[in-house]
Ligand binder design. Structure first.
Ligand code: ZN
Length: 73
């Protein structure tokens, strides 16, 4: 039973952290007005921003930049 309680608590903490992350993201969006891709200046997909608030590129540009970095090695 103790294990189940701990599991619930961990889930609860994770949910709270997710919520805090989304609130931080929303605050940043309100401050900046929008969240544009560094490379192509199109808006970064909202789902991507939620999943990775620190993302500065859209999926297409991020993929391209990762491929460039991989090719350099
Ligand atoms: Zn882009």
């Amino acid at each position: 039973m103790t294990i189940e309680l701990n599991y619930d608590r961990a889930e609860e903490l994770a949910a709270k952290e997710r919520q805090a992350g989304i609130r931080r993201l929303q605050a940043a969006l309100e401050r900046d007005g929008s969240c544009e891709c560094h490379d192509c200046e199109h808006e970064i997909e909202p789902a991507r921003r939620e999943a990775m608030p620190s993302a500065t590129r859209c999926i297409a540009c991020q993929t391209r930049s990762e491929q460039r970095m991989r090719r350099k090695r």
